[in-house]
Design a binder for this molecule. Structure first.
Ligand SMILES: [Zn+2]
Length: 317
C-alpha cells in the first residue's frame, strides 16, 4: 500500500513510500524508514533488545523532523531487505528459530548484518550458528553429513564470503573458499575479467585465481610397496592403474581433492588389489587429505585452524 511521508516543515510528499507488511503496528509510536519502506514498531522493545537503538531513541527528536502518520521517523541507511528481515525477527519470535530449525540465506544475511551493527548479541550468535553449519572447521565435519539448516547454491558463495568478512566470521572461510574453487570455476574467470557482481556479490578480496590450490594431492600417489601386500606385482599394477584413472578424473571433473576417493570408490576397487593394501591405501589417503585440510587456511592467507577455532568459540559460545 502506498502512503505519503509528511515532512511537516516543508510539507513534501513521497508517493513511493510503502508500508511494510506484517510490521505495521498501529498502537506503536515509532516509524522506521529504510529506503522506501516504512515500519511502525515499538521503540521500547527495540531499545530493550539493542543498546544502539536505546541510545539512538534517547536523543530528542529534532524540531521539524520527519513524521509519518503523526509518528517520529528514524531513517536507517541499511538495505531495506536486511531491515525487513531484522525487524521481523525482533517482533516475531517464530520467524528465525535457533539451529537446526530451517531458514534461508537472505534471512541469515539480514539478521547477521544488522544484529552485528546494532549489537543484538543473541541474534548475532544465532545467525552465526546457522551460517557456520554449512562450513565446518574440521575434516571429519567436512566428510560427515552434518545436518544443515539452509540450502546454498554456488552463486551464493561470494555473498557468503562478503558477509563473513563483514562480521569477522573468518573460521568459515577456508571451507567457503574451497567450495568456491570446486563449484564455480567460472567465477574465477569473471573475477579476472573484472566482471562486477550485483548487490552484495562483490568479488571477495582473497578469492583470486592464485588462491586456487594447485597440483595433484599426494593421496592419489600410492607407493610401490605397501606393508603386508599379498600379491605384490599384480597388486601394484592394479593400484597404479587405479591411481592413473583417479588422476585422469581430476582433469575431467575439476580439482576436488577431498572428494577424490569416497566410500563408493573404495568399494569399487578391483579385487586384484589385496585387502592389506586397500587398508594401507585408505590410511595413507586419509592422512594426505588431513594434511591438505590442515594447510587449507594458509592457502588462502587466513589464520591457522587453531586461531580460527578460538574465534569461533568466542563468537558462538
Ligand atoms: Zn597388495
Amino acid at each position: 500500500m502506498a502512503n505519503s511521508i509528511d515532512q511537516s516543515s516543508r510539507g513534501t510528499v513521497d508517493p513511493t513510500i510503502i508500508k511494510a507488511e506484517n510490521l505495521w503496528f498501529k498502537d506503536c509510536g515509532l516509524v522506521i524508514r529504510s529506503g522506501n519502506i516504512v515500519f511502525r514498531v515499538s521503540g521500547e522493545i527495540l531499545a530493550a533488545k539493542s543498546s544502539v537503538f536505546q541510545d539512538m531513541l534517547r536523543m530528542p527528536q529534532p524540531r521539524g523532523g520527519e513524521t509519518f502518520d503523526g509518528c517520529a521517523v528514524v531513517c536507517l541507511p541499511d538495505d531495506p531487505r536486511d531491515t525487513t528481515v531484522f525487524l521481523r525477527v525482533i517482533f516475531d519470535s517464530e520467524f528465525f528459530e535457533p539451529y537446526p530449525a530451517k531458514t534461508g540465506f537472505d534471512t541469515i544475511h539480514g539478521v547477521l548484518r544488522l544484529s552485528n551493527k546494532y549489537l543484538v548479541d543473541y541474534l548475532r550468535r544465532r545467525a552465526l550458528i546457522h551460517l557456520s553449519c554449512r562450513f565446518p572447521t574440521t575434516l571429519d565435519g567436512w566428510m560427515s553429513a552434518t545436518p544443515t539448516s539452509w540450502t546454498i547454491e554456488p552463486d551464493l558463495l561470494i555473498p557468503v564470503i562478503n558477509l563473513a568478512r563483514e562480521v569477522s566470521a573468518l573460521w568459515i572461510l577456508p571451507a567457503v573458499f574451497y567450495s568456491l574453487c570446486i563449484n564455480t570455476p567460472h567465477h574465477f574467470g569473471a573475477l579476472a575479467r573484472g566482471v562486477p557482481f550485483p548487490r552484495h556479490r562483490r568479488p571477495p578480496r582473497a578469492a583470486r585465481p592464485r588462491d586456487r590450490p594447485r597440483g595433484l594431492p599426494r593421496a592419489a600417489r600410492f607407493p610401490e610397496r605397501l606393508p603386508g601386500c599379498m600379491t605384490s606385482a599384480r597388486c601394484y599394477a592394479a593400484r597404479s592403474a587405479e591411481r592413473k584413472y583417479r588422476e585422469g578424473l581430476q582433469y575431467q571433473l575439476g580439482y576436488r581433492p577431498l572428494e577424490l576417493w569416497g566410500d563408493a570408490e573404495w568399494r569399487q576397487l578391483p579385487p586384484t588389489i589385496c585387502t592389506p593394501c586397500v587398508e594401507g591405501m585408505k590410511g595413507m589417503h586419509y592422512q594426505a587429505i588431513q594434511n591438505f585440510w590442515d594447510d587449507l587456511p594458509a592457502k588462502y592467507r587466513l589464520p591457522c585452524w587453531e586461531d580460527l577455532e578460538q574465534m569461533k568459540d568466542v563468537a558462538l559460545l
